[in-house]
Design a protein. Structure first.
Length: 383
């Protein structure tokens, strides 16, 4: 049997652990390298089960502990950014799953592509900030970028066998998050524990907060723009509260094609890993004898200004999406630490965007400098 060899950045997180579930269920998939932040217990267990030859851990302190724990095994332990880059470029691996959170994924993703790996992309922050570099690079390196994000996988599935020239617009669906229907005033006092209760999906903390602010949909709009070569004005956000319709595309003749399913990330993960094949996937199925309605709404840009700011950032382009993303990453971390309120998240993003002088076509260095400048600016904005 020909085995498909997989490296995973972010193996201990929500997407990482579900990727390993998919690997466990498919006997022709095998893991050759793993990287994680600091969860040594889980990483140790993953090493013992999946036997990668290389692992990376971000935390230097935890690296010592990990080396001690796995000294009975034949596995190399690498650390920090060097470790992430080593996992991304590991010669054995054919496909790199980017399940790490945040724009820290930029350099490893680029390194993976340059080393000829197909990318199963969950790490949307990389495309949002560096999509103008990543997409042409994929082309010149001859590698594929296979979307893992459920909406983008849906769009990718809808476009199967179609000509992208005939794509008129993307209808990107959103659940609306836990605060759908709330007015801005009602959002002032919400706590991280309220925002972490997503109605349909169980995900990492950062993306769960992003779903509550609708910043996630803003990031996904920019992700879709790069993946499918569609202008932001041709991406419409449609709220579909039950997350049954994962997204839709409209063609030049007006035909709309949608992908539907239960909210289970294993489907888009498996589709990306096995593309273009479909495999059986256990779990709940949609039961159309029980679904009585599928409803659609417009997003509320008043209550959720973070979504409008994403369209502003995309329209200006250049380094502004990096400011949008970096300000959000830092603001979400502060919100989770109870340092700022929920509405301060879009407020800080907007203020950082206003203060920024846009660089057209930024290089990786300029993107990382813009990120650092945004964080420095935010230090002076703290209240
Ligand atoms: P998570 O917080 O659950 O997991 C993040 C993983 O990255 C963990 O393994 C963590 O250890 C690792 N990590 C973080 N910083 C690191 C660092 N500096 N070095 C090495 N490893 C590091 O996040 P998640 O929900 O799995 O999301 C991952 C990415 O996938 C995000 O970009 C998110 O937007 C995207 N995504 C997630 C979902 C979902 O259902 N969870 C859906 C769509 C897209
Ligand atoms: Mg999504």
């Amino acid at each position: 049997m020909k085995m498909k060899k997989i490296a995973i950045l972010g193996s201990t997180g929500s997407i990482g652990t579900q990727t390993l579930e998919v690997v466990r269920a498919n006997e022709d998939l095998t893991v050759t390298a793993l990287a994680a932040g600091s969860n040594v217990e889980l990483l140790d267990a993953q090493i013992r089960e999946f036997r990668p030859s290389l692992v990376a851990i971000w935390s230097e302190e935890k690296a010592k502990e990990l080396k001690e724990r796995v000294k009975d095994l034949d596995v190399e332990v690498a650390v920090g950014m060097e470790g992430l880059l080593a996992v991304a470029q590991q010669p054995e691996a054919e496909i790199l799953v980017t399940a790490i959170v945040g724009m820290i994924g930029i350099r490893p993703t680029i390194a993976g592509m340059k080393a000829g790996k197909d990318i199963a992309l969950a790490n949307k922050e990389t495309l949002v900030t560096a999509g103008h570099l990543i997409m042409p690079l994929a082309e010149s390196c001859g590698v594929r970028i296979l979307p893992v994000d459920s909406e983008h996988s849906a769009i990718f599935q809808c476009l199967n066998g179609e000509s992208s020239k005939e794509l008129h617009k993307i209808l990107l669906t959103a659940s609306g998050g836990p605060f759908r229907g709330k007015k801005k005033e009602e959002l002032r006092g919400v706590q991280p524990s309220d925002a972490l209760k997503h109605p349909n999906w169980s995900m990492g903390k950062k993306i769960t907060i992003d779903s509550a602010t609708l910043v996630n949909k803003g990031l996904e709009m920019m992700e879709a723009r790069w993946l499918f070569g569609v202008e932001p004005e041709n991406i419409q956000i449609v709220v579909q509260p039950k997350s049954i319709v994962h997204s839709m595309v409209e063609f030049t003749d007006g035909a709309v094609i949608a992908q539907l399913g239960t909210p289970d990330m294993k489907l888009p993960i498996q589709y990306a890993l096995c593309y273009p094949k479909r495999r059986p996937l256990p779990g709940e199925r949609l039961d159309f004898s029980r679904i009585t309605e599928i409803t659609f709404e417009r997003p509320d840009l008043e209550s959720f200004p973070g979504l409008q700011l994403a369209f502003d950032a995309a329209a200006a382009g250049g380094s502004l999406p990096t400011v949008y993303n970096a300000a959000n990453e830092r603001a979400v971390a502060w919100f989770l630490d109870h340092k700022i309120g929920f509405l301060d998240i879009p407020d800080l993003i907007g203020r950082c965007m206003e203060a920024h002088k846009v660089i057209a076509n930024p290089s990786v260095e300029e993107i990382l400098e813009t990120e650092a400048e945004t964080y420095a600016l935010m230090e002076n904005m703290r209240f």
